[in-house]
Design a protein around this ligand. Structure first.
Ligand code: ATP
Ligand code: LTN
Length: 328
């Protein structure tokens, strides 16, 4: 049987090159020869305030972007989390085996609750994420570095449940890229590039215009040096080199070898050319399909039916293991 891969992105804000190289680019490679399931995690998104109208819009936008980035709907399943009630049901059940301490350690909760104020959903976010993954007997979960801690929790909960109630869940493995798993803000290279960054100059969005991309890269923070050298380089510069390597599909070492001695100015132009080329193709594809809502809805309908059917198998095992409901 093919390995199952599962991952998700929140339909909030706009997708950026961090999401692309940290998550989506991996999804595209991994969809080959595997049973690939990609979720639009709208229930996670409402853990911070959202405008309901915008949230709805974002579902189709995200679907079109997944496809524009190379997800093949003939090979992979794409669906909306809130359309499969098994996620919230398993999330609730997993709550009963999760300790406060486990959730209090989560750095994302600390960061987001400081930024947006706390709510129980934000605290419980990683448990719902564990449910997402465990429902599909997932083997591998391709994500960026920031999700590592959440993946560890999903594994711990699966182990605990299996030990207490019998073998129900497969233990998922995180797949985190070696080099581009944490793209930093172009303006503040000690913090992660993020959809919700207030400084727009720090984030390159997938749907930015060519001029915006060039301007953001040109203004990216580097350091007081002028030329690329292997021996040194600030966080800002190494972030740009990481992005360059990811878009060029080569290792960081290869990029250093290739670019050593080039001026920062020259390098930024090369980087901008590379990013503009890739993103213009994504944007073109996006514009071709975004207007075809019938097509996008068809994909999501198929994804929903598949997701419900597949996760029902695990859900039934969970109910049986716990003695919930009546005998089938
Ligand atoms: P927000 O800033 O609103 O929390 P986000 O930009 O982190 O959003 P998510 O939807 O939370 O986006 O993440 C989607 C995927 O992209 C995850 O797999 C996450 O690990 C990855 N990702 C997000 N930001 C980066 C980044 N800066 N570098 C690499 N991967 C990232
Ligand atoms: N928390 C993730 C989004 C997410 C996810 C998942 C990723 C929700 N459920 C299951 C992988 C598998 C994030 O990227 N912020």
């Amino acid at each position: 049987m093919d390995k199952v891969i599962f991952s998700g992105v929140q339909p909030s804000g706009n997708l950026h090159i961090g999401n692309y190289v940290g998550a989506l680019k991996q999804w595209v490679t991994m969809q080959e020869g595997r049973d690939a399931i990609f979720c639009i995690v709208d229930l996670h998104t409402i853990t911070v305030p959202q405008d309901p109208k915008v949230l709805r819009e974002k579902i189709l936008e995200m679907t079109a972007l997944y496809i524009a980035c190379g997800i093949d709907p003939e090979k992979a399943h794409i669906f909306v989390q809130s359309e499969n009630p098994n996620h919230t049901q398993l999330g609730w059940i997993l709550n009963t085996i999760t300790s406060f301490g486990q959730l209090e350690r989560m750095t994302q909760f600390k960061e987001k609750s400081q930024k947006y104020g706390e709510n129980v959903g934000l605290f419980d976010y990683p448990v719902l994420m564990a449910a997402d993954i465990l429902l599909y007997q997932t083997d591998e979960v391709p994500v960026g570095e920031d999700q590592k801690q959440h993946l560890e929790l999903a594994r711990d909960l699966a182990k605990k449940f299996n030990k207490q109630f019998g073998e129900v869940f497969k233990l998922p493995i995180p797949v985190i890229g070696k080099e581009a798993a944490r793209v930093m803000s172009l303006q503040a290279p000690t913090s992660k590039m993020s959809k919700s960054d207030v400084n727009q100059l720090g984030t390159v969005y997938l749907l930015d215009s060519e001029d915006q991309i060039r301007e953001k890269i040109k203004k990216a923070v580097t350091d007081s040096q002028t030329h690329i050298s292997k021996d040194r380089g600030s966080e800002g510069l190494s972030n740009l080199l990481t992005i360059y390597s990811a878009f060029k599909n080569q290792t960081l070492t290869d990029s250093y070898n290739q670019l050593e001695g080039k001026s920062y100015g020259e390098f930024k132009t090369l980087l901008a050319d590379l990013v503009v080329l890739d993103l213009s193709q994504i944007k073109k594809k996006y514009e071709e399909i975004r207007g075809n809502e019938e097509y996008l809805n068809q994909i999501l309908d198929g994804g929903r039916d598949f997701a419900i059917e597949k996760s029902n198998e695990t859900m039934q095992k969970v109910l049986d293991a716990l003695g919930l409901g009546r005998t089938a």
